[in-house]
Design a protein around this ligand. Structure first.
Ligand code: GRF
Length: 224
């Protein structure tokens, strides 16, 4: 059984210090920023880090007044060195929960061990189906009639960590990658902030390879 880190205890008055990693458009980042601003997520965006200087999401973060940092992975001597640098930048800003919001780099044990059960990723399929790149194309190629979005804890195995939330969408016969991606993306934007809030409320426990979600505190109090 994996140890459950302190982070998964409820955050009482404070806000979870969140680090967000991006590589591109940043629409999931935007969804998290808006959910925080609307008071739906008790987190504080401490920093947004991109491995690409041209990531559109950097502008979104700047407009929201969040510190941004560009760390090009090509400049690091090794994957491990890159991961260690990321860990350093996040930890030095007090980050306790990391959100991969369209971050297109594999993170190895150096990174994952630094944030046990405290890294979340959003993926455009119902994992474990269609991991890796081009998940929407994979669903179309397989003739799947249902696909969706998954938010999961990150482990060094690609798209294989414990699942926190999923949302299903239909796949239509007439779908293209663009139309299916848009339908899935709307669900990503909903479940990513929701998963972060569940973690902030201390309601996600990793038990074995699964996530167990506790009922809201109000329900627990009613039952007591
Ligand atoms: C999303 O579909 C996400 O699931 C995948 O990459 C895409 C990123 O989109 N990992 P955005 O940068 O959040 O707009």
């Amino acid at each position: 059984m994996r140890p459950v880190p302190n982070l998964l205890k409820p955050v009482e008055k404070g806000y979870v210090p969140l680090g967000l990693l991006i590589s591109g458009r940043g629409s999931n980042l935007q969804a998290v920023i808006e959910a925080i601003a609307a008071g739906k997520v008790r987190a504080r965006a401490a920093v947004v880090i991109s491995n690409r200087a041209d990531a559109q999401g950097l502008g979104r973060a700047e407009r929201a007044g969040i510190e941004t940092l560009v760390l090009p992975h090509r400049e690091a001597p090794s994957r491990d060195a890159y991961d260690a640098r990321l860990v350093h930048e996040l930890k030095s800003r007090g980050v306790e929960l990391v959100c991969l919001a369209g971050f297109m780099r594999l993170l190895g044990p150096t990174f994952c061990d630094a944030f046990p059960n405290a890294i979340v990723n959003v993926h455009p399929s119902l994992l474990p189906a269609f991991p890796g790149v081009d998940a929407q194309q994979q669903a179309l190629t397989a003739g799947a009639t249902v696909s969706g979005a998954t938010v999961h804890f990150v482990t060094p195995e690609l798209d294989a960590g414990p699942i926190i939330l999923q949302a299903a969408v239909p796949v239509h016969r007439t779908d293209t990658v663009a139309t299916l991606s848009a339908r899935i993306l709307a669900e990503e934007h909903r479940i990513l902030p929701e998963a972060i809030q569940l973690i902030a409320e201390g309601r996600c426990q990793v038990v074995g390879d699964r996530v167990v979600i506790a009922p809201p505190a109000s329900d627990a109090a009613r039952r007591a």
